[in-house]
Design a protein around this ligand. Structure first.
Ligand code: SAM
Length: 209
């Protein structure tokens, strides 16, 4: 009897702690003036992997409401962002509203790069889910493949790709391609990513042209 109660307590206190942690990020983001708690994910990624610097040109795919763009624009030379949803303008960020997966929008992103290539592509996009596992999985894979194919067109040698994936998200084919195209490929789960969320980030660095 006591054991069961303790077990229950443990479960509920774990949940409580997790919620507190998450609220901390929401609170922190509000106080720091970030538009989303997601800002802390890119801050952690940047701290660990040094993806961009003051000379970098960075693409932010799935940028709204703009937490990642805020963080990157504070450091990098230029940010080009896209989202299906509108985003309130930010200094140093050129924004396109539209579906990244549409060819004409990819072309617009490339146009905004002008004659330059990008130092990093960041994708925090997640496709809408319909609840049917197979279909949702395919949507995730398609989006990731689009992000990969786009990145290898526009990245500078040595450039990086950071993309949200879900556990079991990247197929062996895609991982094989990534490992051929980039010197270092790995996964990272930021502390600020909710533990119960299956999301993690694919970190590919050292693009080989
Ligand atoms: C988790 S939110 C991004 C949060 C953002 N990184 C931040 O820091 O505020 C994911 C975004 O991806 C966008 N998105 C999903 N699929 C997309 C697509 N195909 N093209 C453009 N944006 C997309 C959604 O509209 C959503 O705003």
């Amino acid at each position: 009897m006591t054991k069961v109660r303790n077990k229950k307590l443990k479960e509920s206190s774990k949940k409580w702690l997790r919620r507190q942690m998450n609220d901390q990020y929401v609170e922190k983001a509000k106080k720091a003036g970030y538009r989303s708690r997601a800002a802390y994910k890119i801050l952690e990624i940047q701290q660990k992997f040094k993806i961009f610097d003051q000379h970098s040109i960075v693409l932010d795919l799935g940028a709204a409401p703009g937490g990642w763009s805020q963080v990157v624009a504070n450091i990098a030379k230029k940010v080009i962002a896209i989202d299906l949803l509108d985003m309130t303008p930010l200094p140093n960020v050129q924004f396109i509203r539209g579906d990244f997966a549409e060819e004409r929008n990819m072309q617009m992103l490339i146009q905004l790069l002008g004659n330059e290539k990008a130092d990093a592509v960041l994708s925090d996009m997640a496709p809408n889910t319909c609840g049917i596992k197979k279909i949702d999985h395919l949507r995730i894979i398609n989006l990731l493949e689009d992000v990969y194919n786009f990145s290898i067109k526009i990245l500078k040698p040595g450039g990086s790709l950071v993309a949200k994936v879900f556990q079991g998200g990247a197929t062996n084919d895609l991982l094989r391609n990534l490992k051929q195209s980039f010197a270092k490929v790995g996964h990272f789960k930021p502390l600020s990513s909710r533990k119960e969320s299956p999301e993690m980030y694919l970190i590919a660095r050292g693009y080989r042209n």
